[in-house]
Design a protein around this ligand. Structure first.
Ligand SMILES: Cc1cc2nc3c(=O)[nH]c(=O)nc-3n(C[C@H](O)[C@H](O)[C@H](O)COP(=O)(O)OP(=O)(O)OC[C@H]3O[C@@H](n4cnc5c(N)ncnc54)[C@H](O)[C@@H]3O)c2cc1C
Length: 580
């Protein structure tokens, strides 16, 4: 089926909805999403969204910008960090005016709390910068934006799975998508396309990410010839529920929670004397790793540490951390009022993704050449505002700041440009991909997608996680190659056209396998330690060689063809040693 829209937004999380809202009244806009909008992963975000409002203590956007740059271990593009920190303030007020029920101070202002890596006066000590709605901030943002979308009559194509990005004459002219309900392929012809499809945490065995976070948008752009940037920069959040990975927000530590090892010691103090438990995530994850490695882990296998909130009292727990403490009760049967919760680092956030400029326009090389008509925002994009390590609460603000900018630039592009024609067979690659996946149903292919996924997740968890080395990364490359070969022999057991979730899982696994390879290859070649990328065989940061973004290009066969490096945009903050 054929559709024509000025703008097609793929993804209905915070970034996609914010982008779509900029276009209503100016252009006809469709939002395509594989999940119902309110099930997007943004709804799982817990702790907060930051802005230097200064509501509870002195704060300035310059301090926020500094923290973002330093937190990102200086791989952050400083033009983007400035936009984020300045614009955050207005965006929070805008969300409030849309009806978002933030927690309040006694005088009625938006309340703010502490979060990792956010400091006053360029690193002097923690600052209260995170605005929040209990520990359900993302849920409130998603609901608020979705309600605005409904109110403004945005057209939603719910349960449509993105298949391909269509490019003609050097311009992006739309996408194809599979209607999950009918199994029919649709072509969306558009002047502008905005990807807001989120992250790919499902590459790992222990992750905070929802099942749907499989990097489909990232891989679709990559397959269409767009390079991917800084994919080796994948963040592990320090406090996932032991073995399960479900997140216990940094808000727990922001409210005063602390980590203890088997000796009962508050070990973060030893590593980060100023910020302690509120050091940035990459560091706290490494502290935990180190404690476990040196035998101070808790439990029969000494492989976790404890997050304590019991000293905060029932009232703080119930009013500010209700959901996450319930997760601990439900999944681990521990009572946070009285005891520590077993936690371990969990795969959480992709700093890397589709490279864009600060207007959300996708760029395709180290010179910043734009692919006209194509935009990306949110976790799928790499603008790069988070550099080598994202600070807590900086993603939600990224969604609304850069989602809005992408939408606004797209609105201008639509006004100034006519439709470019579609190529003659816009659906060819999608049909080929579907035929490949469906082919398994008849051809007696016997490999199981579930087994391959499990092996990939274990491989990534063991070899490409908090601490990396060459041997592990080479092992992972080899294993991923084997899994990709086995993937060509995956068979479907369900042959139906309508709501065939098995088919979708195979498509998602195809995305994940490619994302895993790009991440590993980038990590192998980045012979330094920076932010979330820590190499025990190259322990220091190498600004001479690697103060640069990795750009990974794909070969037609699907593996990484080439890595190039793009200089970081520096600015007011010179790269310095990172101490907290
Ligand atoms: C448990 C958890 C807690 C977090 N807490 C915080 C926090 O407190 N503060 C903070 O700043 N950040 C937090 N984050 C990070 C932040 O929530 C995410 O980075 C952010 O919400 C991503 O938003 P997004 O709009 O980019 O994508 P998502 O919200 O993930 O939405 C992706 C959208 O793309 C669609 N999509 C994906 N693939 C396809 C496809 N093939 N076809 C069609 N549609 C597709 C989906 O249907 C969905 O609508 C948290 C993350 C997690 C996992």
């Amino acid at each position: 089926m054929y559709h024509k829209y000025d703008a097609v937004v793929v993804g209905a999380g915070g970034a996609g909805l914010m982008a779509a809202l900029q276009l209503v009244g100016k252009a006809n806009v469709a939002v395509i999403t594989k999940l119902y909008p309110s099930r997007s992963h943004t709804g799982a975000a817990q702790g907060g969204i930051c802005a230097a409002l200064g509501n509870t203590e002195e704060d300035h956007w310059e301090w926020h910008m500094f923290d973002t740059v330093k937190g990102g271990d200086y791989l952050t593009d400083q033009d983007a960090a400035e936009v984020l920190a300045r614009d955050a303030v207005e965006r929070i007020i805008e969300l409030e005016h849309m009806g978002l029920p933030f927690n309040r101070t006694p005088e009625g202002k938006i309340d703010q709390r502490r979060f990792g890596g956010h400091t006053r006066n360029y690193g002097e000590g923690p600052v209260r910068r995170a605005c929040y709605a209990a520990d359900r901030t993302g849920h409130m943002i998603l609901q608020t934006l979705y309600q605005q979308g409904i109110k403004n009559k945005v057209t939603f194509f719910n349960e449509f799975h993105l298949m391909d990005l269509i490019i003609n004459n050097g311009r992006c002219v739309g996408v194809t998508a599979l209607d999950i309900k009918t199994g029919e392929l649709h072509t969306f012809h558009s002047k502008t396309t905005i990807f807001a499809t989120g992250g790919y945490g499902r590459c790992w065995q222990v992750t905070s990410n929802a099942h749907a976070c499989s990097g489909d948008g990232t891989v679709t752009a990559y397959r269409a010839g767009v390079p991917l940037m800084d994919m080796e920069m994948y963040q592990f959040h320090p406090t996932g529920l032991y073995r399960i990975g479900i997140l216990l927000s940094e808000a727990a530590r922001g409210e005063g929670g602390i980590l203890r090892n088997s000796e009962g010691e508050r070990f973060c103090e030893r590593y980060a004397p100023t910020l302690k438990d509120l050091a940035p995530r990459d560091m706290v994850s490494r502290f935990i790793y180190q404690e476990i490695r040196e035998g101070r882990g808790v439990g029969p296998n000494k492989d976790y540490v404890l997050l304590h909130v019991d000293h905060l009292g029932k009232e703080v727990i119930d009013s500010k951390l209700p959901d996450i403490t319930d997760f601990a009760r439900t999944y681990l049967h521990v009572e946070p009022y009285h005891e520590g919760v077993p936690i371990q680092p969990t795969a959480h956030y992709a700093m890397g993704g589709i490279p864009t400029d600060i207007e959300g326009r996708v760029i395709i090389d180290e010179k910043g050449t734009v692919l006209p008509g194509f935009y990306a925002a949110g976790e799928v994009a790499c603008v790069s505002v988070h550099g080598a390590n994202r600070l807590g609460t900086n993603s939600l603000v990224d969604l609304v700041v850069f989602g809005r900018r992408a939408g606004q630039h797209a609105a201008r592009f639509i006004k100034e440009n006519d439709y470019e024609e579609l190529p003659t067979t816009p659906e060819k690659r999608s049909n080929d991909l579907l035929r490949f996946v469906e082919g398994g149903a008849q051809s007696g292919r016997k490999e199981s997608a579930a087994t391959i996924r499990k092996e990939m997740q274990e491989c990534m968890m063991t070899n490409v996680s908090v601490v990396r080395n060459e041997k592990q990364l080479l092992t992972a490359m080899k294993k991923l190659q084997e899994l990709r070969e086995r993937f060509t022999k995956v068979g479907l057991t369900d042959n139906s056209t309508k709501f065939n979730t098995e088919k979708l899982e195979v498509l998602e696994l195809g995305s994940l396998l490619e994302m895993a390879e790009v991440t590993t290859k980038g990590a192998l070649e980045r012979k330094e330690s920076r932010g979330a990328h820590y190499r025990e065989d190259y322990t220091s940061r190498d600004d001479k060689k690697f103060l640069a973004h990795t750009l990974a290009y794909r070969s037609p066969e699907g593996s990484v063809k080439e890595l190039r490096y793009k200089p970081v945009t520096l600015g007011r903050f010179e790269p310095k040693e990172r101490k907290y």
